[in-house]
Design a protein around this ligand. Structure first.
Ligand code: SF4
Length: 393
């Protein structure tokens, strides 16, 4: 997750910065945990990572198991809990889970399609549940969104959800995945952010897992990715000046950090502060500072890695699984030793970290190979120079 508005700020990074804080020793890692509360969903979006529909899913955590998992996160403590789905609010205890976690001191955020909080009474309850932020998904405006979501009227209901939560004093933002269908509607979505006075916007790069893997036609080209990211960076740069408290972020493509440095260089602007902030984080943090627990309790390095299981909270507390440096988590925490392909030779490796391994494994050259989501050219990442020196073949 790259906070573009923050990265574009030319002021030197604050040494006590939390989000871009110093690296901690492995034993002290406090992850942000994304939790698929339920896989059930009232919509059927084309890019869905969990391939969700409106039906019960067997093997989901019981309420008792879910509360025990939350108590473990509170005791760690985890640095945040992101409740997602499916549609997390479809779970009958979703608000109880949020209340329990926030009362225990966790920062709890919600990723939702927003349709259920279009109901005023439910919005009242959601606003009391202790969420620090609501991220509501949009893939366009009006009919474009409805078509992608497979539900006429979905856009209007999500918009009512946004307005209901804002009217109740909640912090609300927008989430958009840069798919082939949605990306042509980027301008309308940027307008929507301003028209609805949203606090935050997260633009997700498409990663092939869940239904997304079957919908490879939704993948955009490198040229389209780059154009979209450049447009989002320019928007974030304007927001930084006009509305400094509005955060604009991209997710699931750490190469965006390298692109932001190039974007600044092309405009003759200093990159020192941005490079320092990016290097402190070290790029993608799947399995290092991010984890995912799915609806059945399986633990994964991130929400794009459903095929890679670290363990199950039904059998072992999350905190114990997380502390184990052997296996996949240990490899991800020392991934610079394993990376091959373009990433291993890239001059941006310290700020990108080899990007999203789930995408490399699913549709690239394997777990440690090049990430096919990287849209930077060989010249930009310094490979052509290496080849000229005979160090790259
Ligand atoms: S080549 Fe790899 S490390 Fe370099 S910017 Fe692209 S994804 Fe990141």
């Amino acid at each position: 997750m790259l906070n573009l508005t923050r990265l574009l700020d030319p002021a030197p990074p604050d040494p006590d910065d939390v989000r871009y804080g110093t690296r901690r020793p492995a034993g002290a890692r406090r992850p942000v945990v994304a939790w698929t509360v339920t896989r059930r969903c009232n919509l059927a979006c084309r890019h869905c990572y969990s391939a969700s529909i409106d039906k019960p899913y067997p093997g989901e955590l019981t309420d008792e198991q879910a509360f025990a998992f939350l108590d473990d996160l509170i005791a760690m403590p985890a640095s945040g809990l992101l409740m997602s789905g499916g549609e997390p609010l479809m779970h009958p205890r979703a608000l109880d889970f949020a209340q329990h976690a926030s009362a225990g001191g966790l920062r709890v955020t919600l990723s939702t399609n927003g349709t259920l909080v279009a109901d005023e009474a439910f919005a009242d309850r959601a606003a009391q549940a202790g969420f620090s932020y609501f991220g509501i998904s949009f893939d366009g405006v009006g009919a474009a969104h409805d078509e992608f979501r497979g539900e006429p009227g979905a856009f209007q209901r999500s918009l009512e959800g946004v307005r209901n939560l804002k009217a109740r004093g909640q912090r609300v933002g927008l989430r958009m995945t840069l798919t082939a269908t949605a990306t042509p509607h980027l301008e309308e979505v940027l307008d929507l952010i301003e028209a609805e006075d949203l606090d935050r916007a997260c633009f997700y790069h498409f990663a092939p897992s869940g239904r997304g893997r079957a919908a490879m036609a939704e993948t955009i080209t490198h040229e389209q990715s780059r154009a979209a990211v450049d447009r989002i960076i320019a928007f974030a740069d304007r927001m930084r000046v006009e509305r400094p408290d509005r955060e604009i972020l991209t997710v699931a493509n750490a190469a965006d950090g390298a692109r932001l440095l190039g974007w600044l260089e092309e405009r003759g602007r200093d990159t020192t502060a941005a490079w320092e902030r990016l290097a402190r984080v070290g790029g993608n943090r799947s399995g290092k500072a991010i984890a995912h627990v799915d609806n059945t309790g399986n633990v994964h390095p991130d929400q794009f890695s459903w095929g890679q299981k670290v363990g199950s909270v039904k059998e072992q507390p999350f905190s114990e699984l997380w502390a184990d440096e052997s296996g996949l988590l240990g490899e991800l925490r020392s991934k610079e030793q394993h990376l091959a392909g373009r990433c291993a030779q890239c001059r941006y490796l310290p700020v990108c970290g080899g990007n999203l391994r789930a995408r490399a494994k699913a549709v690239g050259d394997g777990q440690w190979g090049s990430d096919p989501g990287c849209y930077l050219t060989d010249a930009e990442i310094g490979i052509e120079e290496l080849a000229a020196e005979g160090a790259w073949t």
